[in-house]
Design a protein around this ligand. Sequence first.
Ligand SMILES: [Zn+2]
Length: 311
Amino acid sequence: MITRTFVLAGIVAAVVAASPAFAQGKLNVVTSTEDLASIAREVGGDKISVTALARGFQDPHFVEPKPSFILAVNRADLYIAVGRELEIGWLPPLLTSSRNAKIQPGARGYLDASLNVRILEIPTGQITRAMGDVHPLGNPHYWLEPGNGRLIAQAIRNKLTELAPADKAYFAQRYDDFDKRLAAAEMRWDGIMAPFKGTKVVTYHRSWPNFMARFGLEVVGYVEPKPGIPPSPSHTLDLVEEMKRSNIKMIVVEPYFSLKTPQAIAAQVPGAKVLILAPSVGGVKEVTDYIQLFDYNVNLLSGALKQIAGK
Ligand SMILES: [Zn+2]
């Protein structure tokens, strides 16, 4: 880690010296994920330029930092993080070596998007990583609930207004427009998902508690024994038994995990189906913004559940 930070810092020094002021007149916003970038674009419009670091088809817990990341962060006026330690493995060294005081945690140009949203699975006992749990501060996949998307947009509106007060009315109007379109979309999604309330599903990683709870579905098991821990034969066996016992036929998988274990499980549970949903904007090609993310997942999931039910 030390070596990598040192190398990245060297690259910054070399390139920053050679680069002219970037995107003049616009706030330079860098986000950890494409979801946050999409919501920032909704609110910031053409007053900001936005760069997302992690791609939507990557596991956001484990992102390989690239030299381009550090250049982007070096030039940022605002950094928006998912928080809850989602990026603990890659973001802190990146921020440090960016040599940008404006966007360090605690500075005005750093926004932790998790601070005013609904967080599930907050641990009650002693917090420990000893078991490999990558969710020590509650579930960090909270953006997969449209209500949280709205709260993230509010936090971004407030932060952009703080950084560029002259554009307050512009950001307010953009937020209101996003809020309206999101509310209309939520009615659509609720209608599509209504017949499947109470359905029990299994997911690979704990990416979906907010999403499933929002639409009344219940996640009753995980292919991973713990968040961040790969499948094990004994856990897989237990899961197969549980799925048979509880008549669960849906296994949702994120695009960055191997299908081997989910397919082996599905093969042992009569009628079970493996479905790859997009946990982020950019998770699949056709999902290019936050509202499309839910359109895609709601349509795919409802279609698959309909098939399973034989409707
Ligand atoms: Zn996770």
